[in-house]
Design a protein around this ligand. Structure first.
Ligand SMILES: Nc1nc2c(ncn2[C@@H]2O[C@H](COP(=O)(O)OP(=O)(O)O)[C@@H](O)[C@H]2O)c(=O)[nH]1
Ligand SMILES: [Mg+2]
Ligand SMILES: [Zn+2]
Length: 295
C-alpha cells in the first residue's frame, strides 16, 4: 500500500500524489456502496496496479480534518476569500456566507481585496474597517501593480489553502502572479476565445512548494448556509462570542429579540458592525424559511 493525496478528480479518475510520483486511480466499488465519494484533498491509501503506466486503485480514505461543500474539497486548513474592490463590487452578504462556511469547517481565514488599483471609492477601506474588527487578516492586492502578493504568499506558506470567492474577482490571476508555473486560465483568455465564462470547473490542488498547496476554484455568485442549525449560526460570527457571556440568557441567547442581549448592545454602541449583524439576522431568517419548507 502507498499513501498519497488526491490532487484532482475528473470523470471517476483520481490523481494521487505519492512519494513515488503521480498515480491515476479509480475508487474501490465499496466506497460507492457506503456512499462515500473521494474528494480532492483526501489522504488515501492506494494499491498500485501497474507501476509502468502509474495506475492504481484507492483502497482507503483517511478521516477528513475538514470538508467544504462549495467548492467540494477536503482537508484544507485555510480559506483565502477573495473579493474585488470593483468589477464586481464587493458584496458583504456574500462575503459573510463564505466566512460562515469556512468557520463551520474551522478553517483559518484570510480576506483579500483584489483590484485595489481600480478602487475609486473606498471599497478596501470599508471592508478593512468591518472585518478587521472581527479579527480577520485583510490584504489589499493588485495583480497589476503587484501590491500585496508577497504578503499573501508569506501568509499561506506551509498551508493547504482553498481560494474562494465570486467569479471574476481575480482568484486565478492572483495564483498565476504568485507562481508563474501555474498558468491557470483567467477571465481574459476565455473572453478572447469567445468561450463561455468558466474555465475553473473542478477544484484541483496545486503545489507551490513542498509544504504549500493551493486550490483554485470556480466562483460562486450565491451561497446558502441552510444546512446549518439556527442555534449554531452565531458561533460562526466570531466577534459575537466575547459578548455572549454577558447576555441575560447566556448560551441560549441567539441575539435576536431576547431582553438583556449584550450582542445587540454592542451593535448599538458600534462595537459590532451593523452590517455584520444584519447579515446574521438575514441568514437566521433564511435558515428558518428553509427548515419550514422542508418539514
Ligand atoms: N484591474 C484589475 N483587474 C484584474 C486584477 N486581477 C485580475 N483582473 C482581471 O479580472 C478578470 C477576472 O480575473 P480571473 O483571475 O479570471 O478571476 P477569477 O474568476 O476569480 O479566477 C480578468 O479580466 C483579469 O484580467 C487586478 O488586480 N486589477
Ligand atoms: Mg478563475
Ligand atoms: Zn444575546
Amino acid at each position: 500500500m502507498l499513501k498519497g493525496r488526491i490532487m484532482k478528480g475528473i470523470g471517476g479518475f483520481y490523481y494521487i500524489d505519492t512519494e513515488n510520483g503521480l498515480y491515476e486511480c479509480k475508487a474501490r466499488g465499496i466506497f460507492r456502496k457506503d456512499k462515500v465519494t473521494p474528494l480532492v484533498g483526501d489522504d488515501v491509501e492506494i494499491q498500485v496496479l501497474d507501476e509502468e503506466s502509474k495506475k492504481g486503485v484507492i483502497e482507503k480514505i483517511f478521516d477528513r480534518k475538514s470538508e467544504l461543500i462549495r467548492p467540494s474539497i477536503a482537508n484544507v486548513d485555510t480559506a483565502v476569500i477573495v473579493f474585488a474592490a470593483k468589477d464586481p463590487d464587493p458584496s458583504f452578504s456574500l462575503l459573510d456566507r463564505f466566512i460562515v462556511l469556512a468557520e463551520k469547517e474551522n478553517l483559518d481565514i484570510i480576506i483579500c481585496i483584489n483590484k485595489v488599483d481600480a478602487d475609486e471609492g473606498k471599497a478596501f477601506e470599508q471592508v478593512k474597517e468591518i472585518y478587521e474588527k472581527c479579527g480577520y487578516p485583510i490584504i489589499a492586492i493588485s495583480t497589476l501593480t503587484g501590491e500585496g502578493l508577497g504578503e499573501l504568499r508569506e501568509a499561506i506558506e506551509g498551508r493547504t489553502v482553498v481560494f474562494s470567492g465570486p467569479s471574476g474577482v481575480g482568484k486565478s490571476s492572483i495564483l498565476n502572479s504568485i507562481d508563474k508555473n501555474l498558468q491557470l486560465k483567467t477571465g481574459d483568455i476565455s473572453k478572447k476565445l469567445g468561450r463561455g465564462k468558466h474555465t475553473t470547473r473542478h477544484a484541483e490542488l496545486l503545489r507551490l512548494d513542498e509544504h504549500t498547496t493551493v486550490a483554485d476554484t470556480p466562483g460562486f455568485s450565491s451561497l446558502t448556509v441552510n444546512h446549518i442549525a439556527e442555534r449554531e449560526l452565531k458561533e460562526y460570527f466570531i466577534e459575537f462570542t466575547k459578548y455572549e457571556e454577558e447576555c441575560r440568557f447566556f448560551t441560549d441567547c441567539i441575539h435576536e429579540s431576547e431582553p438583556g442581549c449584550a450582542v445587540k448592545d454592542a451593535v448599538e454602541n458600534g462595537e459590532i458592525s451593523q452590517i455584520r449583524y444584519e447579515s446574521y439576522i438575514q441568514l437566521i431568517n433564511e435558515i428558518r424559511d428553509s427548515n419550514r419548507r422542508y418539514k
